[in-house]
Ligand binder design. Structure first.
Ligand code: F0G
Length: 458
């Protein structure tokens, strides 16, 4: 097309009203919520960038497919459609539906992992890390050094450090490493992509050590799009061809259909090892459901099968990545520090740089997330020492390596003017950054504390 403007590749067919709040109402809501944005009512939020997980808009085709859901307990037609779409895309022989990604993680991990094992990943997502640690194993983050430096530019900042991976396999011994995992895109590291060359290198290392290789494939389509844009030899390949090649390098994957499945709920575990799959199915029956529905309604299986097709459309992926970059550019033009280059599903504000006067022990990224809400009703999520800090026996904490606020953009949900508004809110808070104060935790759970912790301002 001769025009430069990239438009939303859809027209809006049904809308939901936004509830507007005043600054006073937001202050009262945040105080009532123990200063934890997770505890707000969604109606108290104006633009909700908490997550891109399950929060997107389904297409008319997906809604139509819901009506075709076969709700049979066993052997549902919808399961076979779901299975065939996933087999065709991933090439994996066994497809196990789950109610969302973390259920796939729990089932796989408790089947193949034991206490004392070591699991390397580029960066474990929070639920992935928690599910690894829950089995007594150790979750190791081995992203390349550039992936830990927000301001450093690198086309594939999600790559795993191959030398560190080799060293881990040598030191731990292959029998202590149940598998190597790579997260595409690397969510906790800024939504950064992983190159095909890096995935090939992981395959090679795993083959040499006889260790399986799994993808955490939540955002596989966005990763495929970055490979097409940035890696030599892929410009003329379709996102589907690239995605197929990514999956062909692995032995299996866990997947949350709430991201690149374009669905509001769902997930799956897919793998080639039929013996492991059989053991996983036994666990599935215990807690999720019969293997042809795995905790999902037949209509959900239909919506996911359709979503996995739509997500690889080039117009969709171009719009998707550009809409995130549009917000990132607003921040960068205003001189606000963010993880660079911007990732595929979210903009990550660098609170450590923006708020140097707030020490990690007082959670600078949490302070920034609270302030964005108070200022304009924009809800983001802290990805820093609240989420990943390690409490020590003496009451101190080892801080996370980065203090980020993630503003995740739900798929096909907000328009350009919504994002213009978010840009104004961020700039307004950044202009008075020096006046922000930190927080302390007054109540917390033993794991995944960020979801429910209560805070007070210091
Ligand atoms: N892996 C990654 C990389 C994720 O981003 C998520 C979820 C999961 C696994 C777990 O999937 O939520 O379906 O159980 N991420 C959401 C987020 C929650 O906000 O980034 P789930």
């Amino acid at each position: 097309m001769p025009f430069r403007t990239i438009i939303e590749p859809f027209q809006i067919h049904s809308v939901q009203a936004i509830n507007f709040t005043t600054p006073e109402e937001r202050r009262a809501a945040l105080e009532r919520s123990g200063y934890n944005p997770f505890m707000l009512h969604a109606d108290e939020v104006i633009i909700d960038l908490l997550t891109d997980s399950g929060t997107g808009a389904m297409s008319a085709q997906q809604w139509a497919r819901l009506m075709n859901g076969d709700e049979s307990y066993a052997g549902s037609r919808s399961y076979y459609r779901f299975r065939d779409v996933i087999k065709d895309l991933t090439g994996f022989a066994e497809v196990i539906p789950t109610h969302q990604g973390r259920a796939a993680e729990r089932i796989l991990f408790s089947t193949v992992m034991s206490s004392g094992d070591v699991v390397p990943n580029n960066t474990h997502f929070d639920t992935t890390r928690a599910n690894v640690e829950y089995t007594g194993a150790q979750a190791l983050d081995l992203v390349i050094p550039e992936g830990r430096e927000p301001a450093v530019e690198h086309p594939f900042k999600g790559n795993i450090d191959i030398t560190a991976l080799e060293r881990t396999l040598d030191d731990a011994g292959a029998d202590r490493v149940p598998f190597v995992m790579v997260t595409v895109t690397n969510n906790s590291g800024g939504g950064q992509p992983v190159s095909m060359a890096n995935l090939r290198a992981v395959r090679e290392v795993c083959d040499r050590h006889g260790v399986p290789f799994y993808l955490d494939a939540c955002r596989f389509a966005e990763n495929a799009w970055f490979i097409k844009q940035r890696e030599d030899g892929f410009a003329d390949r379709t996102p589907r061809e690239i995605a197929k090649e990514m999956f062909s390098l692995a032995d299996g994957c866990t997947f949350s259909a709430k991201k690149d499945g374009l669905a509001n709920i769902g997930g799956f575990l897919a793998l080639n090892d039929s013996e492991v799959a059989a053991r996983c199915r036994n666990l599935l029956i215990l807690t999720e459901g019969f293997p042809t529905y795995g905790g999902l309604a037949g209509r959900d299986l239909e919506a996911i099968a359709q979503g996995l097709d739509e997500v690889l459309d080039e117009h969709y992926l171009q719009y998707r990545v550009n809409s995130v970059w549009y917000l990132a550019n607003k921040a960068m033009e205003a001189g606000i520090p963010i993880v660079r280059p911007p990732g595929g599903h979210a903009v990550y504000l660098d609170a450590k740089t923006l708020l140097p006067h707030i020490p990690a022990a007082n959670y600078p990224a949490h302070a920034l997330a609270c302030e964005l809400y108070l200022e304009g009703g924009v809800r983001g999520v802290e990805i820093g020492s609240v989420m990943f800090g390690k409490p020590q026996p003496d009451g101190s904490e080892i801080p996370a390596s980065m203090e980020l606020v993630r503003l995740a953009v739900p798929r096909r949900t907000y328009t350009q003017s919504h994002i213009d508004y978010v840009g104004e809110v961020i700039i307004s808070v950044a202009d008075r950054a020096a006046s922000l104060r930190g927080y302390r935790i007054v109540e917390q759970a033993p794991w995944l504390r960020h979801f429910t912790a209560k805070f007070e301002p210091v």
